[in-house]
Design a protein around this ligand. Structure first.
Ligand code: G4P
Length: 547
């Protein structure tokens, strides 16, 4: 039985550890920069940790703390601060595995910080989505997949928690295809689940991985098993499971096309793996397949032109900014994804946003949990640079060319509040604090054009609490919120000057500008939005800032 074929584009395997001798091209080709995402509790943190253990980046379980803020901690600000500290340490986890340089980009687990996750996805070259086998596709999974689809990011799926009773695997595959709108191809297949879970058949390597019955903590046997029709299968898993497995594998070959690497790379098809992160089932299979098929850094579209990672000149963009937790040091750490050329320490680069030339004496590289100063970094790598307040999310650095990278969208927020100054003596501090927090991407700020009032838009309640807390502790400013009846903010744009003028006149009280000075319609109800859309048919109402 043949389940897969490889595309020829990515066959470079490196089994040596003499990376320092490699050329620029090889350095790029061996990088795998990806994110693991899931709906909270599906097992993202556990899987990340197991991958790091396999990669030898950490040596004990429990080293990667969950960076999710537990539901009970909604108002526990110390917890938020603690979590922010952890998330700096685990923001980027780099390690070497079989000649590959793997960079895992961590994403916040809490739904209220979903926007952070979306932005981090702009800096990855591929994604692993974790799905809980009992719960199937959940709301956050859908949203994350939407972002991957927008960016055509190759996606692999890991169906987790097979040690528990869950949904039927075929049902799960259908659910993924229908709800995530992507073709799927299983590359491993579970033999039963829950208490009777026996193991996984690895279709990719044609191996049978069986787990010990007692604690199911270890792979008991991993057997090369090319012909599942061999009667030996019965010896390993018994008549009933052997027959079921054969039938199911038969069905897979009938229903799903052979796995073509190109379909995965073009983001049309997601290979699917089954396992249990907690018990280490199927994690190694996932990692082995990942390093073989996942893409190295790809061409990235800038507004001006496409940028190839293999170009000699350096370019990169900032996808995340982290404020220092120490109130005595206001500096921040900006995370730069290198897109082309090589980034060098102490070299002058153009900050496209301001036109300033800047150089960075101590850029940070992230290897596992350690941070160290790096002299040179390559496309796919993330470097942390010290920022005294110059940078905004989405800013570009180059060797001189003016380019703006596309695809760092702000999403239409879902919750809104007026923000007011609560201490008249601290007006300046508040303005600065709000400005910097928005640059960091903590939330979005809109200014109503009619009355000049400032409105903060977020995706979750927790962001309001974080803003208030950080304004007070980092900027010495006090803010208060006032509730506001609002449904959605959408960016408006039209070629029809008469219609947009008419719209501005009629809706003057509901028009605001965002931080970049673009016009936004603040619809106070779904009905108001619907009416506006049907009445003003020449106006485009955008739900993300990227259009
Ligand atoms: P997240 O980052 O996606 O939010 O999920 P996380 O890894 O924190 O896992 C959520 C819960 O699911 C954890 O339990 C974790 O131990 C459990 N889990 C992860 N993988 C598996 C698996 O393969 N099988 C089973 N049965 N459970 C799994 P918790 O009780 O919420 O946290 P903890 O106290 O164990 O840390």
């Amino acid at each position: 039985m043949h389940f897969y074929t490889f595309a020829s584009s990515d066959k470079v395997l490196f089994e040596t550890d003499k990376y320092y001798k490699m050329g620029f091209k090889e350095e790029i080709q061996r990088r795998r920069t990806f994110g693991i995402v899931s709906h909270p509790d599906a097992g993202k943190t556990t899987l990340t940790e197991k991958l790091l253990l396999f990669g030898g980046a950490i040596h004990v379980a429990g080293a990667v703390k969950s960076n999710k803020i537990k539901k009970t901690a909604t108002s526990d600000f110390m917890e938020i601060e603690r979590q922010r500290g952890i998330s700096v340490a685990t923001s980027v986890m780099g390690f070497e595995y079989k000649g590959r340089k793997i960079n895992i980009l961590d994403t916040p687990g809490h739904q209220d910080f979903a926007e952070d996750t979306f932005r981090t996805l702009t800096a990855v070259d591929s994604v692993i989505i974790v799905i809980d086998s009992a719960k199937g596709v959940e709301p956050q999974t859908r949203k994350l997949m939407e972002v991957c689809r927008m960016r055509k990011t190759p996606v692999m799926v890991f169906i987790n928690k097979l040690d528990r009773s869950g949904k039927d695997p075929f049902e799960l595959l259908d659910e993924i295809e229908n709800e995530l709108q992507i073709f799927v191809r299983p590359l491993s297949w579970p033999i039963s689940n829950g208490p009777t879970f026996k193991g996984v058949y690895n279709l990719y390597e044609e191996k049978l991985n069986l787990f010990s019955g007692e604690d199911k903590q270890n792979i008991e046997e991993s057997i090369e098993f090319k012909d599942v029709n061999s009667p030996e299968l019965e010896d390993y898993i018994g008549d009933q499971y052997a027959n079921t497995l054969r039938e199911e594998l038969e069905l897979i070959t009938e229903v799903y096309p052979n796995f073509e690497n190109d379909d995965y790379l073009s983001a049309d098809l997601a290979p699917v793996f089954f396992g249990s992160a907690l018990n280490n089932f199927g994690v190694k299979e996932l990692l082995e397949c990942f390093i073989n098929i996942a893409p190295f850094p790809r061409v990235i579209s800038a507004e001006e032109r496409d940028i190839d990672p293999f170009e000699n000149k350096f370019s990169g963009f900032i996808f995340k900014i982290h404020a220092n937790m120490d109130p005595n040091h206001r500096d921040r750490l900006a995370f730069v994804k290198i897109c082309s050329g090589s980034f060098k320490r102490n070299t002058n680069y153009l900050h496209v946003g301001t036109g300033k030339k800047l150089k960075f004496p101590s850029p940070t590289a992230f290897m596992a949990e350690k941070k160290s100063i790096v002299d040179e970094a390559y496309p796919g790598d993330i470097v942390g640079i010290h920022d005294t307040g110059n940078f905004k999310i989405g800013d570009t650095l180059t060797e001189g060319e003016v380019v703006h990278f596309k695809g760092l969208p702000s999403f239409s927020p879902e919750m809104f509040r007026y923000v007011e100054n609560a201490d008249p003596m601290k007006y300046k501090q508040l303005a600065k604090g709000l400005d910097q927090l928005m640059d960091e991407g903590v939330a979005q700020l809109f200014t109503n054009k009619f009355n000049g009032r400032k409105i903060i838009g977020t995706v979750g309640q927790l962001q309001f609490d974080v803003i208030q807390f950080r304004l007070e502790h980092e900027y010495g400013a006090k803010c208060k919120y006032e509730s506001i009846q609002m449904h959605k903010a959408c960016w408006i744009q039209s070629e029809d000057k008469t219609q947009i003028e008419d719209f501005r006149k009629r809706k003057y009280a509901n028009i605001a500008i965002d931080k970049r000075g673009r016009e936004v319609f603040m619809a106070d109800s779904p009905y108001a939005l619907q009416m506006a859309q049907s009445k003003f048919d020449k106006i485009n109402f955008h739900f993300t800032s990227e259009f």
